[in-house]
Ligand binder design. Structure first.
Ligand code: TYD
Length: 140
């Protein structure tokens, strides 16, 4: 459920001998309208970020520098994406558990999201997440 909607978006890349340039714009390269961006950096070796899902939030994660893994879980199965190119973004729909790990030195994770920060949108307990997934599939 939902995991198939998670996908790598290949952003435009303008090659130039002075250096490459990539970009995205609301509703063109992105499947949503950006309300917020944030970035994660200076991650000590071996640390993990994330470890939660969102009720409603959708995000696109880009490794602007370095590399890291984003591990997605839909309650039944998990899939690992390694991000290491700054013209690739990983789109993550709502109700997907995610964790980020294996950060390289100087990794910079840039995240565009479709809503403002709202702690009540977080699901931080994996058992609760699985229960919500189960409840949703029982309603179908
Ligand atoms: P959190 O989303 O839990 O971090 P992770 O990237 O590891 O999932 O956020 C960590 C802290 O930062 C938490 O106290 C909330 C705060 N925060 C904001 O205030 N605004 C934001 O946009 C984000 C993403 C987090």
């Amino acid at each position: 459920m939902n995991l198939h909607k998670a996908q790598i978006i290949d952003f435009p890349k303008i090659p130039d001998e002075r250096g490459n340039l990539s970009f995205f714009e609301n509703e063109k390269q992105l499947p949503f309208t950006i309300q917020r961006v944030y970035w994660i950096y200076d991650v000590p070796g071996g640390e993990m970020r994330g470890g939660h899902a969102y009720h409603h939030l959708e995000e696109v994660i880009v490794a602007l520098s370095g590399s890291f893994d984003v591990v997605l879980h839909n309650g039944n199965e998990e899939h690992r994406f390694t991000l290491n190119r700054s013209h690739y973004g990983l789109y993550i729909p709502k109700m997907i558990w995610r964790r980020m790990e294996n950060f390289s030195t100087n990794a910079l994770a840039f995240v565009a999201a479709n809503a403002s920060y709202d702690e009540s949108d977080y699901i931080r307990n994996f058992t609760e997440f699985q229960q919500l997934i189960q409840d949703a599939s029982n309603r179908i």
